[in-house]
Design a protein around this ligand. Sequence first.
Ligand SMILES: Cc1cc2nc3c(=O)[nH]c(=O)nc-3n(C[C@H](O)[C@H](O)[C@H](O)COP(=O)(O)OP(=O)(O)OC[C@H]3O[C@@H](n4cnc5c(N)ncnc54)[C@H](O)[C@@H]3O)c2cc1C
Length: 594
Amino acid sequence: MTYRAPVADIAFTLKHVAGVGRALDERLYGDLTEDLVDAVLAEAGKFASDVIAPLNRVGDQHGTPLRGGAVTMPPGWRQAYRDWAAAGWNGLAAPADWGGQGLPHALNAACIEMWNSASMAFALGPFLTMAGVEALAGHGSDELKRTYLPRLVSGEWMGTMQLTEPQAGSDVGALRTRAERAGDGTYRISGQKIFITYGEHDLTDNIVHFVLARLPDAPAGTKGISLFVVPKFLVNADGTLGARNDARCHSIEHKLGIHGSPTCTMVYGDAGGAVGYLLGEENRGMNCMFTMMNNARLAVGVQGVGIAERALQQALAYARERRQGRAAGAEAPGVSGPAPIIAHADVRRMLMTMRALTRAARTICYATAVATDRAHRADDKAERHRAHERASLLTPVAKAFSTDIGVEVASLGVQVHGGMGYIEETGAAQHLRDARIAPIYEGTNGIQAIDLVTRKLPLSDGAAVKAYLDELRETVVAVAAVNDPALGHTAARLAEAVECLDRVTAWLLGRLEKEPDAALAGATPYLKLFATTAGGVMLADEALAAIRTSGPDPAGRMAIARFFAENLVVQASGLERTVVEGADSVAEADAALA
Ligand SMILES: Cc1cc2nc3c(=O)[nH]c(=O)nc-3n(C[C@H](O)[C@H](O)[C@H](O)COP(=O)(O)OP(=O)(O)OC[C@H]3O[C@@H](n4cnc5c(N)ncnc54)[C@H](O)[C@@H]3O)c2cc1C
């Protein structure tokens, strides 16, 4: 089953729920017009559907074999990547000074969704390059920028992001890769990195590695980490490729999914040390890496939306075709024949859950991207600060919720297919295998929940989260005022959930210092409560926007908002209990886990 980019839905959410429409009116994006936004989305949708999506299966089956130190990418991928880069997609949101188009991150996020629906494994490499561009543009010296940025922005070269080592996964501060000062302003890097995405491949002639390493006199932990640019091939003064650097791919991992994405063990310094160039300041590498990671975390969240959309489209098509049993209340089989399975209430429930979760995650991701744009572009300093805090608050929610629902939706997609879902030839199983990595990499979802509770809730003494809750309340009041019977109990369920979220937020903030374990035990259910409430409110807002603007399918949008509120948002009170009352049983887990 192929993928058709849902361009109209994406455009509507982006403009009317996430805030791109308001930003255009306020000229946050300069001369950018709505027509141009629509045109970019339409072109991206075409490229994703027509060029990338047909390569998804081939990537899964071919994998990325390593022979003699070289990785061969799946058939067709090199040409598709080059066409994609030549069309300017890699530099969509990159700075115009370095050859990018300087378009909104929010627009790029929408495109990233489509690339990922088409093929998660294909889209993964490019967005790591985009994250590298951000880090280099934000922290690089003029010379580093001149040498690397134009070719990373154009996509002529790709980037990688290298934190993980065998003993340093979630705990990045434990990394041991060494960097020695070479005396000429460069550094020599030696050590090993594992699980490095696109660490070696044949899509581009050079690969620019962004590697975290430690100087000999560095303090312990994350305060002693520096970030280095380590190219696969050194670059001569005239810009041509020079000697091969002392950095190589030792092996490729065999993994559950994203088979088209090479996951590499990288070895540095077999021949005396790879040449590395410091990015930012010594021992302040985590600062630069956070620039990369925030960008990549949102993009991974968007991966969850992308894979969910693809799984949904496939399940919907199958449910309309597959006939089995008779629908409740219909004539006996033989009279009217077996019904398409979409006629069965339980299958409809699965499909509605898939659609509602996908749309809710999309609104959260796009709203996060718009906040990021405001944080960079707003004229007013106070507004930039508020937007930065909003983006910081929402990023872990966008990453964790969207990737969790990516797995849930892909799993429901298999279920809708019945036995055929478990058989590889339908492709439903590939979506589930591919989706499973996203809650793990770019900071596991457990780490995202801890980040939300321990670092993001306390922002501005709790004022950042309070301002967000106030905005949610305002929308709920507007939903109640519409009073349309098609929205059922939506306003009431949302109002209850916002109050739950408010109470639990206060409870957690009150415990962070005195009982940190209790707060940490509830972090994951709290993130789910946060995302479910926010997603429910945004879906209702989307329904109101469709009514207000005579936008596409207001009846469908109201039905989705209502389903989400009446079937999923109602979990809020249970999640409140889980956080507040469940912490003690987690603390007592020793006996049960003995
Ligand atoms: C396919 C793939 C691609 C990847 N690509 C890259 C890449 O390009 N670059 C890169 O640098 N890395 C990459 N990674 C590594 C990835 O980011 C790590 O696997 C991830 O950060 C988790 O680290 P870990 O595997 O060591 O798990 P661990 O850190 O050992 O975690 C195991 C479990 O313990 C939990 N846990 C750990 N510490 C805590 C804590 N303090 N509190 C609560 N729970 C905790 C985790 O949430 C998790 O559930 C990739 C991994 C894979 C599988």
